[in-house]
Design a protein around this ligand. Structure first.
Ligand code: ADP
Ligand code: MG
Length: 366
C-alpha cells in the first residue's frame, strides 16, 4: 500500500510536428494527494491530461516540473520497476508472442514465484475476469474487450502498492462493463491497495471511487466525494460535467432583492429562484453583475416537500427514464428540467413545481 503525492506537477510535450513549434501543456500545476488504500477516480474529457498524469506516476513519462512522491519519497528519477506501480492501459500493451496465461503470469515469474503458485493466481484472476476459456490464446486472436480484461488482469495480479487503470472498461459492452466495474470494486476491497482509476465517464467515477478528481484543459478543477461534487461543485464546468441528468444552467442571470428576500433570476425573468439567507453576502459581491445560476433536476419536484418553494412553468415535455421521469417545462424560451415519479400523466399545461432553495447554485459569470 502507498500514498501518492503530486506536488505542482507539470508536463509539457514538445510538439510532435517538427515544423510547428507549439508545445503542448498536458498537465498544469497539479497538486493532488491519493491516500494509502484510497480509490481515487481521475475524471475529465478526452485530452485533459489524465493518461499523462498516470504515465508520470508510473514512470513512463518524464516530469517537466514538480515532484511525485510515493510513500514520502520523491520518485522523479526512479525507473518504473523501482516504483511498484502497475498500470492497465486503455491500449492493452500485451505481449503478442505470449498466450494470455503467459501474459498474466509474467510478472510473477519475474519475481521467482513458484510455478504452482503462478498457476493458482492466474486461474483465480482469470475466473474473476471471466477469461478462463482464453488462457491459451494469443492476444491477436482476441476481441478488444477480451484484450482489455487481460490487461486489467495483468495489472491486478501483481498486487502492486499502487494500481492504475486507464479507462479499463471502455471497450466492453454495457453488461460486461457493469459486471467488471463491480469486480474492480470488489478487488479493491479485497486487496485494499491504492487505486487510481482514469475515466471520462462520470457515472463510472462516481460509482467506484471514494473521491473523484475532476480535470479539464490540463488543470485540476476539484477533488471531492460524490456528494461534494454534486452539491458543491467548484465551478460551472464541474457542475455541468458531473451529475445526470444534466444540471439546469442559466448564464447571464441576475441577483435581485425584493421585500427582504433575495432572488436569482434567469434572463427575461423566466424563472425566479428564492435564495436562502446564507447567500446574502453574494449580493454585496455581485450586485447588478451577471451570475450563472444552476439547479439540479434532482432538487426540483412536483411535490411540495418541507422547505421547498413553488415555481411555475408552462408547457412540458416528458421522458420516461426507467426508475423515474424527466420533465422539462418551458417559460419564455427557457427550459427547466426536473425529476418526477416514472408514472405521472404527461403534462402540457401550466404546472406547479417545487425546488429546494438550499440547493440553488451560483457561479461567477465567465
Ligand atoms: P487524456 O488521457 O485525458 O485523454 P492525455 O494525457 O492523453 O489526455 O493528453 C493530454 C494532452 O497531451 C492532449 O492534448 C494530447 O494530445 C497531448 N499529448 C499526449 N501525449 C502526447 C505526446 N506523446 N506528445 C505530444 N502531445 C501529447
Ligand atoms: Mg487517456
Amino acid at each position: 500500500m502507498a500514498e501518492v503525492v503530486l506536488r505542482n506537477v507539470k508536463k509539457i510535450y514538445q510538439s510532435r510536428q517538427k515544423k510547428k513549434k507549439e508545445d503542448v501543456l498536458a498537465v498544469k500545476n497539479l497538486n493532488l494527494t491519493i491516500q494509502d488504500g484510497e480509490f481515487l477516480a481521475l475524471l475529465g474529457p478526452s485530452g485533459c491530461g489524465k493518461t499523462t498524469t498516470l504515465r508520470m506516476i508510473v514512470g513512463l513519462e518524464s516530469i517537466t516540473e514538480g515532484e511525485i512522491l510515493i510513500d514520502g519519497k520523491v520518485v522523479n528519477s526512479w525507473n518504473p520497476a523501482q516504483r511498484n506501480v502497475a498500470m492497465a492501459f486503455e491500449t492493452y500493451a500485451l505481449y503478442t508472442h505470449l498466450t494470455v496465461r503467459e501474459n498474466l503470469g509474467l510478472c510473477l515469474k519475474a519475481k521467482n514465484v513458484q510455478p504452482q503458485e503462478i498457476e493458482k493466481q492466474v486461474n483465480h484472476i482469470a475466473e474473476i475476469l471471466k477469461i478462463t476459456d482464453i488462457l491459451n490464446v494469443r492476444p491477436s486472436h482476441l476481441s478488444g474487450g477480451q484484450q482489455q480484461r487481460v490487461s486489467l488482469g495483468r495489472a491486478l495480479i501483481r498486487r502492486p502498492s499502487v494500481t492504475m487503470l486507464d479507462e479499463p472498461l471502455s471497450h466492453l459492452d454495457a453488461a460486461l462493463r457493469l459486471e467488471t466495474r463491480i469486480e474492480i470494486k470488489r478487488i479493491h476491497q479485497r486487496v485494499k491497495g491504492t487505486f487510481i482509476y482514469v475515466t471520462h465517464d462520470q457515472l463510472e467515477a462516481l460509482a467506484l471511487a471514494d473521491r473523484v478528481a475532476v480535470m479539464n484543459f490540463a488543470e485540476l478543477q476539484q477533488v471531492g466525494t460524490r456528494k461534494e461534487l454534486f452539491e458543491q461543485p467548484a465551478n460551472v464546468f464541474v457542475a455541468d460535467f458531473v451529475g445526470e441528468p444534466p444540471i439546469n444552467l442559466y448564464y447571464q442571470s441576475t441577483l435581485e432583492e425584493q421585500d427582504g428576500e433575495l432572488y436569482a433570476v434567469t434572463p427575461q425573468g423566466a424563472y425566479r429562484f428564492q435564495l436562502v439567507p446564507q447567500k446574502r453576502r453574494l449580493l454585496e459581491n455581485h450586485q447588478k453583475e451577471k451570475v450563472t445560476l444552476g439547479i439540479r433536476p434532482q432538487h426540483i419536484g412536483l411535490e411540495q416537500k418541507p422547505g421547498y418553494v413553488p415555481l411555475s412553468g408552462k408547457g412540458a415535455l416528458f421522458e420516461f427514464l426507467g426508475e423515474y421521469g424527466y420533465l422539462t417545462v418551458h417559460n419564455q424560451g427557457l427550459d427547466l428540467s426536473l425529476l418526477t415519479p416514472a408514472d405521472i400523466e404527461s403534462h402540457s399545461e401550466q404546472i406547479d413545481i417545487f425546488y429546494d432553495p438550499h440547493k440553488v447554485l451560483l457561479f461567477d459569470s465567465e
